[in-house]
Design a protein around this ligand. Structure first.
Ligand SMILES: C[S@@+](CC[C@H](N)C(=O)[O-])C[C@H]1O[C@@H](n2cnc3c(N)ncnc32)[C@H](O)[C@@H]1O
Length: 276
């Protein structure tokens, strides 16, 4: 999936600029499709990928492991929380956290943990759901979530599968009548962001998975881009990008930041400011 380069900022090219002999270390919260970059890289970075998901415990069944066997132990998967990453502080050249932050109980603490684990000069790339205005939460997803996040996962998936056909038809009718604004009131993901080349069957499967993804997580905390930028700056980072990034499967709101000082430096700056 080449489009992921647009979000990650072409990892491979940048890794080629690492000093000789220094094999980069990348970490990623929640396994995702970053393996494309590893495959193309000649600088042999090591990728550590973590998620709280139970599926990581079933090591031999886990699709990310199966799909990436060729990388051997350069790809390390671990079941861990973003708040308790099993790595030393200041140890990563690149940190990617895609599709995760909005599902954590404290967005700010999650950013703090990511920054803590980047080296000075290391880059952190995150994407997240955004608050676009007062109307963001006037949406079927947010209205139904108090109920759906408490349903058993299998029950919710069954319910979505049983209703997806008429939901897709209704969604398409609203769009054809130029009443797209009404689609937010029907409990289905926004199909307009899907790639255009999907077959009807693929579109249905994506619709099921993305609707489940919206209705099932325990947390769904969208953020203002300006607030996320502020969080990075407060953690001692320079923000190099903040805003929408298009990729082959749609678009995501992305913040990229470079760590410029450690939490120790930040502590010293704060205490000297207090003394002054
Ligand atoms: C919507 S999925 C995204 C998966 C993948 N990153 C992608 O983009 O396709 C959200 C993931 O966040 C993980 N997650 C939720 N809370 C987490 C936490 N506190 N620490 C680490 N991972 C977490 C979940 O286990 C799940 O795998």
């Amino acid at each position: 999936m080449n489009g992921c380069h647009n979000i990650t900022g072409r990892v491979c090219k940048r890794f080629k600029r690492l000093p000789p002999g220094g094999c980069g270390r990348i970490t990623m919260t929640a396994p995702t499709w970053l393996w494309v970059d590893l495959h193309q890289s000649r600088s042999w970075p090591w990728l550590h990928s973590v998620s709280t998901s139970d599926s990581l415990a079933k090591r031999e069944d886990y699709p990310n492991r199966k799909n990436n066997l060729s990388y051997g132990n350069r790809l390390q998967l671990a079941q861990a929380s973003i708040y308790e990453l099993p790595f030393a502080e200041s140890s990563f050249d690149k940190i990617f956290c895609l599709g995760v932050l909005q599902h954590t109980p404290s967005f700010e603490d999650a950013i703090r943990s990511l920054v803590k684990h980047a080296k000075i000069g290391g880059e952190i790339v995150v994407d997240f759901y955004t608050i676009n205005g007062w109307y963001t939460k006037i949406h079927s997803k947010y209205l139904l979530r108090p109920l759906t996040k408490r349903l058993g996962k299998a029950t919710l998936l069954r319910l979505i599968r049983a209703n997806i056909n008429w939901l897709i038809v209704l969604f398409d009718i609203f769009c054809a009548l130029r009443l797209g604004v009404l689609t937010r009131f029907i409990p289905i993901t926004d199909l307009r962001g899907f790639p255009t080349g999907l077959s009807a069957r693929q579109r249905k499967e994506w619709a099921i998975m993305d609707t489940f993804d919206g209705l099932s997580p325990a947390f769904d905390n969208p953020q203002r881009v300006s607030d996320v930028v502020k969080m990075f700056v407060e953690e001692g980072c320079d923000v190099t990008h903040a805003g929408l990034v298009d990729w082959s499967g749609g678009s995501s709101t992305v913040v990229r930041a470079v760590k410029r000082c450690s939490s120790f430096d930040l502590g010293s700056i704060a205490s000297s400011q207090q003394r002054g």
